[in-house]
Design a protein. Structure first.
Length: 339
């Protein structure tokens, strides 16, 4: 099967270990895109994280987690270039070039900045910019540079990132119109939010903020314990049950094959399957999906030197296209190409 001749780019903010909703909603689809397209880039958005995280140890650890996570879940380094944003200085110079063509008003309209101001207003503060640093304010510029530097065609994103992608296209067009058509205008591919896809163990949307999530990486005993905590009604094993109303069943549909899913549905609807048995089946399906990746993840996290090497090799590759794009942009604007 031929690959689609396009460039995919994904940026991941290091914000802690993923849960199975992140896996189904974001990680698996992004891996799928990477596997089916000609070029793909995946980077750790550590400079973006720095706006909020002022704890060097946490930033380092969370950055390793992103790399270990994606590698454990099947990212193919022969196919995808994996790197830290902070190891590509060309991105930051490109941010400066974009500053020169981007109206301030665009940043004023950014959702993330407006949300910060709304929060200050709600909390009754006099200063609407309280706690807003320049990193947060100029976030969309850096994100545009991340994307444009790699001449990206497609960015898989959640709903919250759509405006950033629209801004990126705006900035690319400002530059292209002011100078020469240097940048590709990227498109976004919308992913469903994890919480809209998967319920948590208490039946509400799966979310870390509800603390009802099932982590991707955990040892088998802990995983089993969590699955056994899933809420059910008090129907007896013999009673018929509504499969689609069961959290167990709804989770199971994402991790078992069609035949197994149908078998659980039948057993629920006809009666005869207890919730304990169903939980055991769900646990086994989760084990099959995540036991190996958990081992791989743990081994990377105890060998961060290996991760550093892999990330440095990725940065070398990413810098090739980044230098080329930046040189072309510099020249278009009347500056010297990079030497
Ligand atoms: N803003 C994204 C987030 O918060 C992370 C990110 C930074 C990103 N740069 C990117 C995503 C470029 C896609 C492309 O999740």
């Amino acid at each position: 099967m031929g690959l689609v001749d396009k460039t995919i780019l994904t940026g991941v903010k290091p914000t802690g270990a993923p849960h199975i909703g992140n896996y189904i909603g974001a990680i698996r689809p992004a891996l799928q895109l990477a596997a089916t397209h000609e070029r793909s880039y995946l980077f750790i958005a550590d400079y973006h994280a720095l706006n909020a995280v002022h704890d060097p140890e946490a930033l380092r650890r969370d950055s390793y987690q992103v790399a270990a996570c994606w590698l454990a879940l099947g990212l193919d380094l022969n196919k995808t270039v994996l790197y830290r944003q902070s190891e590509i200085p060309e991105i930051f110079e490109l941010t400066q070039l974009l500053c020169a063509v981007t109206p301030k008003g665009l940043m004023d309209r950014a959702h993330s900045y407006k949300a910060a101001m709304d929060k200050n207003r709600e909390e009754g503060r006099d200063d609407p910019d309280h706690g807003v640093n320049m990193g947060l304010y100029t976030y969309p510029l850096l994100m545009a540079a991340d994307i444009l530097v790699a001449q990206t065609d497609i960015v898989p994103v959640g709903k919250d990132q759509v405006q950033h992608l629209e801004f990126t296209r705006d900035m690319a067009a400002y530059f292209n119109n002011a100078f020469l058509p240097v940048f590709k205008l990227p498109e976004y591919q919308l992913e469903k939010a994890a919480g809209d896809l998967l319920p948590g163990v208490d039946g509400r949307k799966m979310s870390k903020s509800y603390n009802n999530h099932i982590p991707v990486f955990m040892d088998s005993a802990a995983r089993r314990k969590l699955v056994m905590k899933i809420v059910t009604d008090s129907k007896l094993p013999a009673e018929p049950k509504n499969a689609d109303g069961s959290v167990i069943f709804r989770l199971y549909t994402h991790f078992a094959g069609n035949n197994e899913v149908q078998a659980m549905r039948d057993a629920f609807e006809k009666g005869g399957m207890g919730y304990g048995d169903a939980k055991q089946k769900l646990f086994e399906a989760l084990e099959l999906t995540f036991e190996k990746p958990t081992q791989i993840y743990n081994s990377y996290m105890t060998d961060t030197k290996k991760l550093d090497e892999l990330l440095a090799a990725g940065a070398d590759k990413a810098r090739k296209i980044a230098r080329e794009t930046l040189s072309t942009a510099r020249e278009a604007a009347g500056l010297k190409r990079l030497r």
